[in-house]
Design a protein around this ligand. Structure first.
Ligand code: ADP
Ligand code: ADP
Ligand code: ZN
Length: 217
């Protein structure tokens, strides 16, 4: 199964991608997590990406596409993958099409998680993340078992620097301008599955699984 998670920042892509990766036993590839790790390790790519991330802007296509292309070549993805946060521009989507075409594979579905803006702001405000394993929590909607500690690895949870309100507004703008055209792109390829992302995490998950298993688009 080869799936893309689409939707505005804060919609729950990462949360659902993790659950789906367990359910279908396939890897999750999060470009945001890859960049955050590179920033922490101060690699040359991380230093370049940070400039854009701090401002809430998308990292340029040529940086992102190279990373994803390398990752998709790894043998552990032969069974499939969940792309979380990629593609985010038409140019990235076209590159992905080419990469998959060259390896003789195709996408199965694009999950478009829909959440209204006010609710997104609420989600950013309460988001807490683990820098070590990438897990994301919410102080109200998805709290960790022990306050401030990651359930999976026990590390201290932190607020993402780009979840500050001014940066969030810029990220939402970038999404509107550059990423929403992908909805039409994938609709026209009959891959789009629209999901109501306003329900609880478990309800959203169940709906995605049903739609994927039922094969409904
Ligand atoms: P969110 O899940 O809140 O949308 P991500 O963790 O996916 O955020 O991404 C964080 C930041 O990393 C983005 O604001 C952007 O700067 C960069 N980024 C991640 N994926 C991409 C991508 N596919 N193209 C360009 N920039 C990206
Ligand atoms: P994205 O990867 O799309 O940026 P996340 O998965 O990180 O989004 O979720 C954003 C925030 O909202 C996190 O704090 C997460 O715990 C919370 N969240 C995710 N899905 C839901 C949901 N269905 N209802 C309430 N909160 C949610
Ligand atoms: Zn963790």
């Amino acid at each position: 199964m080869r799936i893309i998670m689409l939707g505005p920042p804060g919609a729950g892509k990462g949360t659902q991608a993790r659950k789906l990766s367990e359910e279908f036993n396939i890897h999750q590839i999060s470009t945001g997590d890859i960049f955050r790790k590179a920033v922490q390790e101060s690699t040359p790519m991380g230093i370049r990406a940070k400039e854009y991330m701090d401002k809430g802007q998308l990292v340029p296509d040529e940086i992102v596409v190279g990373i994803v292309e390398e990752r998709l070549k790894q043998p552990d993805l032969a069974k499939g993958f969940i792309l979380d946060g990629f593609p985010r521009t038409i140019s990235q989507a076209e590159s992905l099409e080419q990469i998959l075409h060259n390896s003789g594979t195709k996408l199965n579905a694009v999950i478009n998680i829909q959440v209204p803006r006010d609710e997104l702001i609420e989600r950013f405000t309460g988001r807490r993340v683990c820098n070590s394993c990438g897990a994301s929590y919410h102080v109200k909607y998805n709290p960790p078992r022990i306050t401030g500690k990651c359930d999976i690895c026990g590390k201290q949870l932190v607020i993402r620097p780009d979840d500050e309100l001014e940066t969030v507004k810029k990220r939402l703008e970038e999404y509107e301008q550059k990423t929403t055209p992908l909805i039409e792109f994938y609709r026209s390829r009959h891959l789009l599955i629209n999901i109501d992302g306003e329900k609880s995490i478990d309800e959203v998950f169940q709906e995605i699984v049903d739609r994927l298993r039922g094969g409904k688009k």
